[in-house]
Design a protein around this ligand. Sequence first.
Ligand code: 8Y4
Length: 277
Amino acid sequence: MIIDFAGRPLDMARCRVMGVLNVTPDSFSDGGRFNHLDAALAQAHRMVAEGAAFIDVGGESTRPGAAPVSLQEELDRVCPVVEALARETDAIISVDTSSAQVIREAAALGAGLVNDVRALQREGALAAAVATGLPVCLMHMQGQPATMQERPEYDSVLREVTGFLMDRVRVAEEAGIPATKVLLDPGFGFGKSLAHNLELLRSLDQMRALGYPLMVGMSRKSMLGQITGREVSERLPAGLAAATIAAIKGAAVIRVHDVRETVDAIRVVTAMEESGS
Ligand code: 8Y4
């Protein structure tokens, strides 16, 4: 199963790494150091050299307490980066946005994937994604970013997450996005307790059996802090373990901050899977 990400075809049978490129001023994980265009581009080029197949460019923080970003601000942050990277690299440029206008502009500038943590539920986002013809990643979130971690609750987290995602696949398909252009993501940390996140990680192979390429993001997240007791800056070993587990369970794309280390971890999984019988 090969997916064409805006003229950049990729075999989704093999696990790939997506590098996170925050272009928000308040990105707590990277301290806002990549606010400026030059620094953002340099960081992206480094991640590509380290083996990232995708660069995920995001200008809106979903961190609880983060100030809302105006549309113009998001466009101003994201568009120059998407344009430069699409031109300067062979990596697939993913745009992390829920905004219809950002989807349209980014696609026109060469983006190859729409990564929407709101699964194209915002006004106009679905129509915009359809119009671009791009593949989309549909992610599950319970609640809204500001309050989603206050009291996450599920009867069955796997059933509810897969039920939501399959409903969004149906809506997307009815709107004109073929199922062959859909990636699914359980949304680790988005309205989930540690127990919920662990159940989803354990069940990732069952989610994979739905037939869609899976994307996952656990890099530096609170679930790793809860497991290890480590601060954000000390979560890389836990993140590598989480990425390795996800890859073994069939994830197609692993979204991470630490590309070089994750690429090596995934190489071990791929080597095992491609060796012998
Ligand atoms: C430290 C650093 C702690 C970052 C938490 C975080 C996902 C995503 C995000 C994901 C998809 C984040 C945009 C949250 N997470 N997109 N985006 N899947 N598809 N938090 O899991 O990285 S942002």
